[in-house]
Design a protein around this ligand. Structure first.
Ligand SMILES: Nc1ncnc2c1ncn2[C@@H]1O[C@H](COP(=O)(O)OP(=O)(O)OP(=O)(O)O)[C@@H](O)[C@H]1O
Length: 261
């Protein structure tokens, strides 16, 4: 039971007076494991990610990280830092969170400092983080502008790792990358999980990605969980029509688009 690092229980979200967009969603993420949250556009995936990371508030329900309640917004900078040390976010587009004119080395040093690493240990820690995500010393001298999309995403992952969090939420973090770069970043994530035991909540619309990284999957439709379980079980023998539909619309080896006549 104590290997549960993220617990979401009966989560409900309405924006203002609008309709319910997250409807009684519950799931868990275990230490060193990956849970994927899948569903088509508008299913409520990013809303759940926003609530879990504290960027949005839930209408009702409960979120706990490492057994501590996170339903309320952090009240102080100290509390935000403490929470950040346990859970980090990697967004779809790191350009939105990386300072375009800041050297990568400085951006990582800032994250390391926020994580509480003593001054004398910061440079070695920055170098260690860069190595962990497959970036070299020359990359640390560059600004995000001079990096490729895949390299920028590695920087975002390194920054998320700076506080040695128990869980990282990745919101469509590889969706904008082409397939070969995507595979490289997914390999980095898998290796880090093996070495560090970090848990991931992987938000994606892409079932091919789910097969490559996730242990468990939660299928969402219109804000509700339609199916939930081990990836092999849910994708290998889907019980819900919507999961079958998602699977049928995912390109696989040998898949041929049906000609429209
Ligand atoms: N700030 C907001 N105000 C009002 N409605 C919102 C807001 N953000 C999201 N919604 C609505 O909530 C529903 C769920 O959106 P959400 O972005 O969580 O879905 P998603 O599964 O992440 O979709 P996508 O893959 O397209 O990002 C949608 O109907 C969306 O229009």
């Amino acid at each position: 039971m104590n290997d549960v690092v993220l617990e979401v229980e009966h989560l409900v979200k309405r924006y203002g007076d609008g309709p319910v967009v997250v409807d009684d969603v519950s799931f868990r993420v275990r230490r060193g494991r990956t849970t994927a949250l899948v569903g088509e556009s508008g299913a409520g995936k990013s809303t759940i990610g926003g609530i879990v990371t504290g960027l949005q508030t839930a209408t009702s329900g409960r979120v706990a990280v490492c057994g501590e309640d996170r339903t309320r917004v952090a009240r102080s900078a100290r509390e935000r830092r403490r929470r950040g040390a346990q859970l980090q976010l990697v967004p779809q587009d790191p350009a939105t969170t990386l300072d375009r004119s800041q050297r990568i080395g400085d951006a990582l040093a800032e994250a390391v400092a926020l994580g509480g690493t003593p001054r004398t240990d910061r440079l070695p820690r920055v170098e260690e983080l860069a190595t962990q995500v497959g970036l070299g010393p020359t990359h640390l001298e560059l600004t995000p502008r001079s990096l490729s999309g895949g390299q920028r995403q590695r920087v975002a992952i390194a920054r998320a790792l700076a506080t040695s969090p128990e869980v990282i939420v990745l919101d469509e973090a590889v969706s904008a990358l082409d397939v070969s770069v995507q595979a490289q970043v997914l390999n980095v994530l898998n290796a880090l999980q093996r070495d560090l035991g970090t848990a991931y909540l992987f938000i994606t619309h892409d079932l091919a990605v789910v097969r490559q990284v996730a242990h468990d999957v939660v299928v969402l439709r219109h804000g509700r969980v339609v199916e939930h379980g081990a990836v092999e079980q849910v994708l290998g023998d889907p019980q819900d029509d919507y999961t079958r539909l998602l699977l049928d619309s995912t390109p696989r080896p040998g898949w041929r688009p049906v000609a429209l006549v």
